[in-house]
Design a protein around this ligand. Structure first.
Ligand code: GUN
Length: 279
């Protein structure tokens, strides 16, 4: 029997708990999201972040900047937010336009307001096993899903497909810190299918629709799908071929309703954590 891991349900529980906690405070946690340009997927994500933050009782602001914004202008916005005591968390939605140096933008954010956990201080703390001010939302959401479903991590073979700074690398650290044996695969990996077929925990975060097939999956494995791809017919598809793989996996996340809602729930969790650090 395959267990469907409904991230949406756990995410709603986390958001409800945050909402209750926030009611106890006489100040509201403040989250500001900066979005640059017109990327339709980014707009959808940012709207969801704002709506959920408001539902939880946060002050939530979205700063929309044109595609043509300069590096200096964007850094000035971040400086202002760093100095604004009503702002606990700053999130710059990625990707940024090509003329912007995203690394410099991330480094400009005060690590104590870095809700994404992307700043080198937070990323470095995560790798070295220290406590980051915030841990990247999607990877931490995945670990929460594994823990909630009593999926053992310690001593298990975990394979992460994708080496992004947003998901693959921080997730590898989180799993390694929990004593998994971690393999990170990427576009130059040889024998990808064979490596995946040894995974007890398989996480796909590459952005290739239905890449992971049933014969890539060990029977009973936990399969976590981070993909959000549009297929040619306009449908939403994960990185995992759900119909095939759900017959073989022990646990599987759906797309949508799996990892996505957890990313937002952890974003609020991180904002609340930073709010408590600042107050
Ligand atoms: N783009 C895709 N996922 C994320 C995320 O978790 N944070 C930010 N800032 N941008 C993203």
């Amino acid at each position: 029997m395959t267990v469907l891991i409904r991230g949406k349900e756990l995410a709603e529980k986390i958001v409800d708990e945050i909402e209750k906690e926030v009611k106890n405070y006489d100040k509201k946690p403040g989250l500001t999201v900066i979005i640059v340009g017109e990327n339709p997927a980014s707009k959808v994500y940012v709207n969801k972040k704002k709506k959920t933050a408001e539902k939880a009782g946060f002050n939530s602001e979205v700063i929309e900047l044109p595609e043509t914004v300069s590096q200096q202008e964007l850094e000035n916005y971040i400086d202002n937010l760093n100095n604004n005591p009503a702002v606990d968390g700053i999130l710059v939605q990625l990707p940024l336009p090509g003329h912007i140096n995203a690394y410099d933008i991330i480094e400009k954010i005060n690590p104590e307001k870095d809700v994404d956990g992307f700043h080198p201080v937070n990323a470095g703390k995560l790798v070295t096993g220290l406590n980051p001010y915030a841990v990247s939302c999607t990877p931490y959401g995945i670990v929460r899903l594994l823990e909630e479903n009593n999926i053992e991590i310690e001593g298990k073979n975990a394979v992460v497909i994708g080496r992004s700074n947003i998901v693959g690398k921080p997730l590898a650290s989180l799993l390694l810190n929990r004593n998994a044996t971690v393999t990170v695969c990427h576009s130059r990996t040889k024998n990808l299918k064979e490596i995946c077929s040894r995974a007890d925990i398989l996480v796909a975060a590459v952005g290739r629709a239905k890449l992971v097939k049933a014969d890539w999956v060990k029977p009973g494995a936990a399969v976590i799908d981070v993909g959000m791809n549009r297929t040619e017919d306009g449908k939403l598809a994960g990185d995992v071929d759900f119909d095939e793989v759900s017959e073989k996996a022990g646990y599987i996340t759906p797309v949508p309703g799996g990892v996505g809602p957890m990313t937002i729930a952890i974003l609020l969790f991180n904002t609340l954590k930073l709010f408590k650090l600042h107050n």
